[in-house]
Design a protein around this ligand. Structure first.
Ligand SMILES: Cc1cc2nc3c(=O)[nH]c(=O)nc-3n(C[C@H](O)[C@H](O)[C@H](O)COP(=O)(O)OP(=O)(O)OC[C@H]3O[C@@H](n4cnc5c(N)ncnc54)[C@H](O)[C@@H]3O)c2cc1C
Length: 378
């Protein structure tokens, strides 16, 4: 078979939210970028997520991650406006804050303890409030009698994740990124003189640098270039209702009202390997919890449900690593690709383009797992 060959400064493997954000950022830095994606048969968290731009509770036990998430949330407004200016496609960011609803006093006090611990780890620069039921009822009309209160941070928000992905792809095309679908990368070779040969079944691409942004595919690709990204799937099931008149001005992780009026109900966390199906029991429990939050939802029709696979590292934090043995190879992977998109398109793109390591990412190297990479079959 004859392979189509081409060359590029940087090849990005994986065209989900992480890969597309990186490609956009690198193209903005005038790099010649080829974005390779396995295509429709691939597993794609980017197509099935909940759309939160979320800081609340992120980084409990690791201040660096709380700081990183906070930095991302603070960059989102400008990032969204840049995408609109560049492409005319609106990722529909709403960022007035977000609530996490609690159902009893114990849950509220545990929540407060966690958020306070994160606030201390960020030297106090972590605005959050605990809101008691009477005040909450004024902010979130229609909450159920079982809701005891909520935590709130003004940094949180939500976007339309599919419009975000579309805006990123539009921006990539405008800025000259070569986007190749249906290209599953099978092998990557580090050349002795430097650079890489990236091989799919039908093409070979030479590049000075290669970035692994293949989500769950990173687990198998990383060891080929001296990296470690032992990510595993974690399933989340999500429900969508018919469109209803707007009643919810703020997102919560259990219920959010999308820009088109439908309600998105989330979500489960299930360790079921690569099964991205849905199950009646989980759908029923997600719906029941949403009705406890907002009883009026009992009268709203469900129209769709799906399962999608999170890209989870063993400790749940991102993996950002430059290969020590194959210089020019990087891995970038995380389970909050919506929230972190502005950072992947800016400081992480800087790092890949010019080796300028951003502050605060040292603790995210894949070598922290200190384990033999595992091959996953799917
Ligand atoms: C249920 C659920 C809810 C979520 N909610 C949120 C949320 O509210 N907020 C938030 O910030 N994040 C959320 N996320 C996470 C977010 O969706 C992911 O962090 C993000 O999509 C990860 O993007 P990714 O590009 O790393 O991976 P993916 O989106 O999975 O993309 C990986 C891409 O790589 C391609 N690929 C894989 N292997 C290869 C290969 N060998 N060659 C070429 N291409 C390959 C695949 O085809 C795929 O397109 C959620 C995820 C799930 C599943």
């Amino acid at each position: 078979m004859t392979l189509a060959t081409r060359s590029s400064d940087i090849v990005i493997v994986g065209g989900g939210l992480v890969g597309a954000s990186l490609a956009y950022g690198l193209a903005k830095r005038n790099r010649r970028v080829v974005l390779l994606d396995a295509g429709d048969a691939g597993i794609r968290a980017a197509h099935g997520n909940f759309g939160l731009v979320w800081v609340q509770n992120k980084g409990y036990g690791l201040g660096a991650y709380a700081r990183w998430s906070r930095r991302a949330a603070r960059a989102w407004q400008v990032f969204a406006q840049d995408l609109i200016d560049e492409t005319g496609v609106n990722p529909m960011l709403e960022q007035r804050g977000g609530f996490h609803l609690c159902f009893d006093e114990l849950e509220l006090s545990k929540r407060q303890a966690r958020l306070e611990s994160i606030r201390v780890s960020l030297d106090g620069d972590y605005p959050y409030q605990m809101i008691e039921r009477p005040a909450l009822a004024a902010l979130l009309p229609g909450i159920g009698p079982e809701v005891a209160g909520a935590s709130f941070t003004e940094m949180d928000g939500h976007a339309n994740p599919l419009m975000l992905l579309r805006a990123l792809y539009e921006a990539c095309r405008t800025r000259g990124v070569t986007v190749c679908g249906g290209q599953q990368v099978e092998t990557i070779q580090h050349r002795l003189g430097g650079g890489f040969a990236i091989n799919t079944r039908t093409a070979q691409i030479d590049a000075e640098r290669v970035v692994l942004a293949a989500g769950l595919g990173n687990a198998n690709l990383a060891p080929q270039v001296g990296l470690c990204a032992p990510v595993r799937p974690n399933r989340g099931q999500i429900l969508i209702t018919e469109r209803v008149e707007r009643f919810l001005q703020y997102p919560t992780p259990y219920v959010r009202q999308t820009d088109n009026g439908s309600l998105q109900l989330g979500d489960s966390m299930e360790d079921v390997g690569f099964d991205n199906g849905v199950t009646t029991g989980v759908i029923a429990s997600i719906a029941a919890r949403a009705i406890r939050c907002f009883p009026a939802l009992a009268h709203v029709k469900l129209v769709r449900s799906w399962g999608a696979l999170r890209v989870m590292s063993p400790d749940g934090f991102p993996v950002y690593e430059a290969s020590a043995t194959c210089p020019g190879a990087f891995v970038v992977t995380c389970h909050s690709g919506v929230t972190l998109a502005p950072l992947h398109a800016a400081p992480i793109a800087d790092w890949i383009a010019s080796d300028t390591t951003p502050d605060g990412i040292d603790c995210f190297g894949g070598d922290r797992f200190n384990m033999e990479p595992v091959r996953y079959e799917h």
